[in-house]
Ligand binder design. Structure first.
Ligand SMILES: Nc1ncnc2c1ncn2[C@@H]1O[C@H](COP(=O)(O)OP(=O)(O)OP(=O)(O)O)[C@@H](O)[C@H]1O
Ligand SMILES: Nc1nc2c(c(=O)[nH]1)N=C(CO)CN2
Length: 244
């Protein structure tokens, strides 16, 4: 996409600072929420003003089915896929749609450009939110991270990991959600709310969606899997930039 690596690294370091300040803005219930949220064997770690952010070991999908939910227009018709899954990882605005349908979100993945306040609400309820730092969201990080309950924030980067900030792969919120679920022991990955050919997105978003599609193709190859969301599309995917 031509984004500047230095900007991504500065954003990563900013996010590391923000989650290490003991900011803990919310009122998370340390006993509820995430799969294996007490995966370090010490649930008390999730309490208190100076609680650390989440680490990857705190998230474990235990081989269960994970719905990776995008915010495309098809989502309202595909909520049955979400309902049937053991776990729901929602990308950005998809979290709002899932909750409005009365369905639980087990983890949200976001670069904090969503419309509402769902990231704050989720961390306040004790649900993990993977907050992504990149070169173009530093103002949003500064404004919004201090309002989150930091003990439910998993900080992520697309640069090299540093301190508490991890990189499990992916680019857009949606494909990063799939890579995170894969990294954290998901069994089957199912997809809802994915519209790669959405005519209503602007050209920048269309380019981002093309990368999301390529990266999901890479992930399915790595897993020895076939994601239904890519059926009928594989011949049109440019794999030349993928390390397969
Ligand atoms: N037609 C679509 N429009 C928007 N998002 C889609 C679409 N199809 C799939 N998605 C996935 O849903 C995710 C969440 O969508 P949303 O519109 O909330 O994106 P966003 O917050 O702008 O995401 P990003 O910052 O990653 O581009 C996207 O990151 C993308 O991976
Ligand atoms: N530097 C930079 N990185 C990103 C950006 C972006 O706009 N700028 N958008 C993303 C998904 O929307 C993911 N990563």
């Amino acid at each position: 996409m031509g984004f500047d690596r230095g900007g991504d690294e500065r954003a990563r370091d900013l996010l590391a600072d923000l989650v290490s300040d003991g900011a803990g803005g919310g009122e998370g219930d340390p006993g509820r929420g995430a799969p294996a949220s007490d995966g370090d064997g010490d649930p008390s770690r999730r309490t208190g003003e100076d609680a650390p952010p989440l680490a990857l070991a705190d998230l474990d999908f235990g081989g269960e089915t994970v719905a990776v939910v995008g915010a495309g227009p098809s989502l309202s018709d595909e909520l049955g896929v979400v309902r049937a899954a053991d776990n729901v990882v929602a990308a950005s605005d998809a979290a709002t749609v899932v909750r409005a349908a009365g369905l639980p979100v087990d983890c949200m993945v976001t670069d904090l450009d969503e419309q509402g306040d769902v990231a704050r609400e989720l961390t306040a309820e004790g649900t993990p939110v993977a907050v992504h730092a990149h070169g173009d969201n530093r103002p949003a990080l500064r404004e919004r991270v201090p309002r989150l309950a930091v003990e439910w924030v998993l900080p992520t980067t697309q640069a090299a990991p540093a301190g508490p900030v991890v990189n499990t792969g992916g680019f857009t919120d949606g494909d990063r959600a799939a890579f995170l679920a894969d990294h954290c022991g998901a069994g089957e990955l199912v997809f809802a709310g994915w519209d790669f050919d959405d005519p209503d997105v602007d050209p920048l978003k269309a380019r981002k969606l093309a990368w999301a599609e390529r990266l999901l193709r890479w992930l399915e190859i790595r897993r020895g899997d076939r994601f239904a969301v890519l059926d009928g599309r594989r011949d049109g995917i440019d794999e030349s930039a993928l390390p397969v």
